[in-house]
Design a binder for this molecule. Structure first.
Ligand code: BG6
Ligand code: MG
Length: 214
């Protein structure tokens, strides 16, 4: 039986995956780097500087550390503009219900997002009180696809990996869940998420009982 569900945020509970993409796309356009949704798949779930490095490498560019920081802040500024009016209505249908189902079943819930903006975002979305723990991505040495953030959640909840279920929309996130030794539920396209143990189209299709009794 499982004891906790570990949720990614962007692209799982709310549609920020698209806002991240739009901001990276704007930066790529300015830099003259070819960039589309397919290229963006590799960035999903990856932290800010890691994503920037992937984008620069994709364009065959290298920049000095100062410009690298400036580029990352520009992207984040556009991203923050895009989500500044976010509120509870921007949760995906079924997101709050999924979190409540975990709670009602007596399981614990954790937020395992790579985003430094996640704590502010869950406040705005009105779901901050539905997580037992929020793992600070700055506190773990390696970002997704490394397992660190999921392992940190298990440690903080005092659970072994096999008692945890991870929910992710990105291939890097599914890889991180598996590297942590956990069962991975993918949200989205089964072809993109072919490594996941189970793929469902959206969080509205999350049925805790399908996994709880496994
Ligand atoms: C992840 C997103 O959740 O957070 C990535 O999938 C994003 O697209 C990453 O780059 C880091 O986000 P932030 O808000 O710290 O720049
Ligand atoms: Mg995500």
């Amino acid at each position: 039986p499982i004891s906790a569900v570990l949720f990614d945020l962007d692209g799982v509970l709310t549609d920020t995956a698209h806002a991240h993409y739009a901001a990276w796309k704007r930066l790529a356009d300015e830099l003259g780097v070819p960039f589309d949704e397919a290229t963006n798949e590799a960035l999903k779930g990856v932290d800010r500087m890691g994503s920037l490095d992937l984008l620069l490498r994709h364009g065959g560019l290298s920049v000095d550390p100062e410009s690298r920081d400036a580029l990352a802040s520009r992207k984040n500024g556009w991203y923050l503009d895009a989500i500044q009016a976010y509120g509870p209505a921007d949760l995906f249908p079924g997101a709050r219900e999924a979190l409540c189902a975990v709670r009602d079943a007596g399981l614990r819930s954790a937020l395992c997002s790579a985003s430094r903006n996640a704590p502010a975002l869950i406040d705005r979305l009105g779901i901050a009180d539905l997580f037992d723990i929020v793992v600070d991505p700055a506190s773990v040495p390696h970002g997704k696809p490394a397992p660190d953030i999921f392992l940190a959640a298990a440690r903080q909840l005092d659970l072994s990996a096999d008692r945890c279920l991870g929910v992710e929309d990105a291939p890097a996130g599914v890889a991180a869940i598996h590297a942590a030794g956990m069962f991975a539920i993918g949200i989205g396209d089964p072809q993109v998420l072919s490594d996941a143990d189970r793929v469902i189209p959206s969080i509205a299709d999350f049925r805790l009982e399908d996994y709880h009794a496994r």
